[in-house]
Design a protein around this ligand. Structure first.
Ligand code: PMP
Length: 975
């Protein structure tokens, strides 16, 4: 078939077969009747048919398509059905008289009709975000399909199809005539020429086989995995099946992924890795992949434009056009060479490092070994207290080092902290692909290799054999266009005599490309193959140390005992914090929304200074007499309600609760303790005994010791009784437990509970609950312990202590976490009388509890909290954030409720508003997606379906809004 015939065929509008016509066809040939709904198609007319017995797809295509092409589609389906590892495909349904294809006419037009089973499952196209796991699964599906079709043959496979990427060039030329916007037409044409030019030398080695050639989000169906992500496992629509380039098949899939890539072409890489693991492509095929993706993008845009011109009412085509333009723009946003390098790396092919043998020194008069390389990375000692946010900080540090040393330089491949954007949904370009040198103006600069000079806008290029040197900041002594030999003078460093000048050095192997100075972490490895290190022109030390995040994780997992888990399957390596932000070693800034320990925020300079000064002066134990321990215990006692004025200083929440339990037992003389279900109080033997959360310990409910008596937690959202007025109902459920304790005659030592239901996601207790329960406990001689480790100390904003909300005063308060802002610090505050009961068991001593350093840490935290108004901030920012989160309930069915108060909030995800089925897997996936968007968030609660929102109390309104915006984005786009 000639390309003209092909294009004529492309010019066909969809068959003129109405619903009524289709109903008639179904009844006459298949004996079926049901409800019909049209499905989108570019050139066929497809109806979904819902009958009492099942769902089908009626496919009507033009007679212009040869019957053997349709026979090939059916044969491929039968072939795949016979293969064990092939993806799911729909059954072909025969007519009453056993035919799989019916040839018929409607109003004088000839058509061919088929009926297929409707393959159930989740599609990928409706999602505007496709998770890397889904991208990989699509690549794997494409590979399994191609592998299963490798031995499939049929005469109908040798056909002319506009989508056949072997003919992309001529087909594009034919289609372009339909595009009226000449600028767009030129751009598309130029792009196709570039793609074809790269394909030509590779074409002879590209393998041919039967390929589906349309494994796109539209044509796959899948299931939801344990994280709520769609994993495609079935394929529909064999309309483009052909004997074609194997790698062309993957190119079609990759191109389709680009419209959900948010502009990042690297989004396709997990598909390439997954494909390669199943059905490996050759190096030439991998090199052809990106040019084929680009060619496909061109054909998609051009053909939709053309189709619109002949079938202006086709909403399906019109709707696709925006997607196709996005695919084209994303494909063209990076150089071909970059994607080639990225694809090869993703496929596990070693891309040889650039060898620069025989290059001369760029700075012949400078002893390169004397250059001071300035650390501008995330862990640099030059940075503290956010000073990297000052404009030009890197340059100023460089100039200072040069003043001290004569010459100083930045490092190639360093992830620069100063470039880490705060509150950014996308990772910033932080990785330096160049080196800046600060040195004496007038220093000589020589050509390290032979080449031709280019000089434009004060920017010099020296284009040599396969490499271009880019320089800025020099006073040129050669002419634009001149040819120079290695060692020839290029000029001197610009600037007045005896001043310092700045020289920027970069290499790039792509001729004519103006490379970026920095790359994003995701693109850094690929860019570094195109822009190798200029260290061979300077000296060793010019390269930043390689990051070892993965190796470190293995080392951690080898030696840190297994039960001490880490957040995230692939955790970022966090090495710096500042206020409510954390930074990984690649300079990605994350908004830390879970850190209930660091209440002041990270990296507080005043706290660091106070602790450091105390360390230099004295650190010892509380058996010595020193001012800090007297002062700190006095201040803590003053914070507690009247009468609670005896303070024990320990090191953690577990220790504080352990001691509180001992006090209750010692004071009451009894051993039975009452606690709540779904609670966590610590890891030590006693605090663990009263911890009932099955999320922390799945065996918790069956392994509690006999002195622990857990009562139903008053979960006013999903518990047996719902709403704020349920205290009496929940207290009623506690009665049998209390009665059983009474019946045993052993008495009650006490009751321990968080005064806001923290572990379950910050759910307030029903009104009056603690008042009545405390009374019942006290009536039995027991003590009431308020675990304020998480919720107390100002976090609730409206209250300093959680128990204030319930209008009660406990007998014992336990605190930890925030009181040291991360320094190990805990305390028990109780009455003198209760405290002294412990004397029966001897004295109390904790070696480091209440040490001078700990006391200084604790007091400085209190000072800063007061001076920076952090409790007030928790109230105002918390109220604002809660209102933003509450607004999500109306627009997103998965959002069940917002619990909590101040900066202790919980967002509960559910699958159904009636049954309140917890959306556990979805919550995990949402947390992973939030990490990609620069937010640290984790699930909590027995069902792990509540976001635990407990950021540093210095959280700004902008940060609260950023969190709410990112959450909204995830809920809208998918995860
Ligand atoms: N009580 C509560 C309510 C807690 O949340 C925690 C810690 N998550 C603890 C006690 C134990 O504190 P630590 O980890 O400091 O021992």
């Amino acid at each position: 078939m000639t390309d003209e015939v092909l294009v004529d065929r492309m010019a066909l509008p969809r068959p003129d077969v109405t619903v009524a016509d289709a109903e008639e066809i179904l009844l006459a040939h298949y004996g079926l009747s049901g409800t019909l709904a049209e499905l989108g198609s570019q050139q066929d007319r497809n109806y979904r048919v819902d009958t009492d017995d099942g769902r089908y797809v009626l496919k009507i295509c033009h007679a212009a398509y040869e019957t053997r092409e349709l026979e090939a589609q059916n044969a491929a389906i039968h072939h795949l059905k016979s293969k064990e590892d092939a993806p799911r495909v729909p059954n072909v349904i025969s007519t009453n008289d056993g035919r799989e294809i019916v040839v018929l006419t409607v109003r004088g037009q000839g058509y061919q009709v088929r009926l297929l089973e409707y393959l159930e499952g989740q599609g990928l196209t409706d999602l505007s975000y496709v998770a890397p796991a889904s991208v990989a699964a699509l690549g794997a599906l494409c590979a399994r399909l191609a592998q299963a079709l490798a031995d499939f043959n049929h005469p109908g496979l040798d056909r002319s199809l506009q989508w056949d990427l072997r003919r992309a060039g001529p087909v594009a030329v034919q289609l372009l005539s339909a595009i009226t916007d000449s600028a767009a037409r030129d751009r598309i044409a130029k792009t196709m020429v570039m793609a074809v030019r790269r394909l030509q030398p590779l074409a002879p080695s590209l393998r041919l086989q039967a390929v589906h050639h349309d494994v796109t989000g539209d044509n796959v169906v899948g299931h939801r995995d344990a994280h709520g992500r769609t994993i495609p496992d079935g394929v529909i629509d064999f309309g483009d099946i052909i004997r074609g380039w194997l790698v062309g098949d993957l190119a079609v899939t990759c191109a389709s992924l680009l419209h959900q890539a948010d502009g990042d072409p690297f989004h396709i890489l997990p598909a390439v890795t997954a494909y390669q693991a199943i059905y490996p492509l050759t190096d030439d095929e991998l090199k052809a992949l990106w040019p084929l993706v680009v060619a496909r993008a061109v054909i998609l845009v051009a053909s939709s434009e053309q189709q619109i011109s002949i079938d202006p009412d086709n909403d399906y085509v019109r709707g696709n056009l925006d997607d196709e333009r996005a695919i084209f723009d994303t494909a063209m946003s990076v150089p071909f060479e970059l994607m080639e390098a990225a694809i090869l790396k993703a496929a596990g092919v070693d891309v040889a490092a650039w060898q620069s043998s025989g290059w001369l020194q760029l700075l012949p008069d400078i002893d390169a070994t004397g250059i001071a390389y300035v650390d501008l990375g995330v862990e640099s000692p030059h940075f503290s207290a956010g000073n990297w946010l000052n404009a030009d900080v890197d340059w100023r540090l460089l100039a200072r080092a040069a003043t001290d040393n004569g010459a100083a330089a930045t490092r190639y491949g360093e992830y620069r902290l100063s470039r880490a954007g705060l509150r950014a949904a996308k990772a910033s370009a932080t990785c330096a692909l160049h080196i800046d040198i600060c040195l004496a103006a007038g220093s000589a600069i020589a050509a390290p290799f032979a080449g031709r000079i280019g000089w434009k806008d004060q920017h010099l290029t020296l284009s040599g054999d396969r490499m271009t040197l880019h320089l800025d900041g020099l006073d040129l002594s050669v002419e634009d266009g001149a040819e120079v030999a290695a060692g020839d003078s290029l000029g001197v460093v610009f600037g007045e005599a005896s001043s310092l000048g700045g020289l920027r050095v970069q290499l790039c192997s792509v001729a004519g490309l103006e490379p970026p100075l920095f790359a994003t972490p995701r693109q850094a490895a690929a860019w570094s193959t195109l822009c190798p290190s200029p260290s061979s022109l300077l000296s060793q030390g010019a390269d930043a140390a390689r990051l070892e995040t993965t190796e470190l994780l293995s080392r951690r997992q080898a030696h840190l005992a297994k039960p001490q888990k880490n957040y995230y399957a692939a955790p970022p390596q966090i090495e710096r914090g500042w206020k409510e932000f954390m930074f990984d070693v690649e300079g990605r800034a994350y908004l830390d929304m879970v850190n209930n320990v660091t209440i002041l925020g990270h990296g507080h300079p005043r706290l660091a200074k106070a602790i450091s000064a105390q360390w230099l002066r004295l650190n010892t134990n509380s058996r010595f007499h020193y001012a800090d321990v007297a002062e700190f215990s006095e201040r803590l006692a003053a914070l507690a309600p009247e009468g609670l004025d005896a303070v024990f200083l320990v090191n953690s929440g577990s220790e504080a609760n352990d001691l509180a339990l001992r006090l209750a037992k010692a004071h009451s003389g009894a051993r039975n303790m009452l606690c709540l279900l779904e609670a966590y109080h610590g890891w030590s033997a006693a605090s663990d005994a009263v911890s009932t959360s099955i999320a922390d310990n799945p065996q918790a409910l069956t392994t509690r010791p006999d002195w622990v008596h857990a009562i139903v937690s008053p979960n006013t959202y999903r518990g047996d009784f719902r709403g704020p007025d349920t205290a009496a109902d929940y207290l009623g459920m506690a009665t049998p437990v209390l009665e059983a304790i009474d019946a045993a005659g052993e008495g009650l030592a006490g009751f321990i509970a968080e005064s806001v239901y923290g572990n379950a996601g910050g759910i307030p207790l029903p009104e009056g609950y603690l008042k009545e329960l405390y009374a019942q406990v006290r009536a039995r001689g027991g003590l009431c312990i308020a675990d304020e480790v998480q919720v107390g100390y100002g976090r609730l904003g409206h209250y300093f202590w959680g128990f204030e909300q319930q209008g009660v005063v406990p007998d014992i308060i336990t605190i930890a976490k925030g009181m040291g802002n991360g320094h190990p610090l805990g305390a028990v505050i109780t009455t003198r009388d209760i405290a002294e009961s412990l004397e029966k068991e001897g004295t109390f001593f904790s070696s480091t509890g209440g040490s001078p350093v700990s006391c200084v840490a604790g007091m400085t935290v209190l000072d800063i909290m007061a001076e920076e108004g952090l409790q007030e901030n928790a109230r105002t920012v918390g109220d604002h954030l809660k209102a933003r989160l509450a607004a999500l309930i109306d627009s997103h069915p998965i959002v069940g409720a917002v619990h909590g108060i101040g900066l202790y909030l919980g967002l509960e995800f559910i699958r159904d508003r009636t049954t309140l089925t917890p959306a556990t897997e979805e919550t995990a996936a949402i947390c992973d997606r939030l990490l990609e968007l620069g937010v640290i968030m984790q699930p909590t609660g027995d069902h792990q379906n509540v976001l635990k929102i407990k950021p540093p109390l210095c959280l700004s309104i902008e940060s609260a809004d950023f969190f709410a915006n990112m959450l909204e984005k995830v809920l809208a786009e998918g995860w």
